[in-house]
Design a protein around this ligand. Sequence first.
Ligand code: 4AD
Ligand code: MG
Length: 479
Amino acid sequence: MTRTKIASLLSQYELGQEVLVKGWVRSFRNNQFIQLNDGSTIKNIQAVIEFENWNENELKRITTGAALAIKGTVVESTGAGQAIEIQVKELDILGDANPEEVAKTVMQPKRHSLEYLREQAHLRFRTNVFGAVFRIRHAVSYAIHQFFNDRGFYYLHTPIITGSDAEGAGEMFRVSTLDPKNPPLNEQGEIDWSEDFFGKQVNLTVSGQLEAELGALALGQVYTFGPTFRAENSNTARHLAEFWMIEPEVAFNDLEDNMNLTEEFLKHICNYVLTNCKDDLEFLNEREKNEQKQKPQNERNELTLAERLEFVVANSFERITYTKAIELLQDSKPFKKKQFKYPVEWGTDLQSEHERYLVEKHFKKPVIITDYPASFKAFYMRQNEDGKTVAAMDVLFPGIGEIVGGSQREERLDVLKKKCADFNIPEEEIWWYLDTRRFGSVPHSGFGLGFERMVMFVTGMTNIRDVIPFPRTPKNCEF
Ligand code: 4AD
Ligand code: MG
């Protein structure tokens, strides 16, 4: 008999049908009612045993966390909240879980903090909240591939190991095969990197964008979807040292096209989750509502999780320039009352307190800020006519802050060469990138979506460590 997944069984069944299900025990009550979950859905199936027919030693082994195979008949359930249950005919214990050990884990049936769950690499997947989050994380990846495939983009696999620092922020993890205790030295007594595996210093990529541009200027429109690495020492709820990024790059698109594509893309993801992840979303929505009740009135969200997703789908994003954003901030109450910690003046980068004010207090919707000063943006962004700003865009989301960063790229070889010089990027190191501007260069644009920040938004999780299966953060790489 082949196994039926619980999700399939709950969505399609016939009363009287014989089934085989396999899963892990969530609870076992009165020596009779087993709640079984197999990960295919947040819902459990109830399996009912007639305990007179079972020997006591077997029953003792049906404990929370144990793995079972159950054969039985699908019958109408007499209990509330479930249409069907399984009348057990055969039961195999596939894997035991010792109750004394279970009592020391997150499987113990009580409310656990997310911090505590994070410490149990394996068992946190068994909890409702992480089951829901990781099923939705999968759905979002699928929605992303679907979006680009439907629009004729090609998925381009850009390298993980690279010699370049695309963002120029110097936040790279080195990759080396040299013996750290005894590295080869040159005549000056410095490490001789020419002896290293690749014959030079290389890193883990911070972004696949530069390589994606090469693809876009031949294939027209491409996107990357891969892990990226940043050695920034920020211990915040929005930063990871290893995170996933989606970077579309489109030939012939200007900044306006880029904004339109981003907006359509982010709406598609929210819509996909609303349509395809109903049970998990409902669970997370209820969970958040309960959490909100514990908070003081002024700290509560105005909209529920599901309402926030619906809001994004239904409303256009606000689009303003950086210059306008600075004016709005300088006109704001917190600025006048000196409540901002960081200065607000033209030429300084926006801090998260400023972004939060604009998105959560002023506009109360997603905001795209464009045309930032060149001074704190990357070398590849297209210089505007004013000579001071670049055709950059950041998308800010309520509760998240920056979710997307992108720009129109500098397609003029002479301007780009000058930028490289200003940023101390030797032409002989970046010739392969400059080539795109030598042979039929065209205006083009792209952006990067922080995948985990998007998953945070659609699940309502408030710490980025809770939306990635194995978070990598400073001083934390145990499993
Ligand atoms: O703004 P960023 O640095 O832009 C780029 O890397 C460009 N190359 C993208 C492009 O134009 N193709 O990063 C893009 C997004 C951010 O908006 C943020 O959502 C996310 O990546 N991000 C991080 N997410 C988690 N942890 C970190 N340390 C992140 N740094 C950036
Ligand atoms: Mg950015």
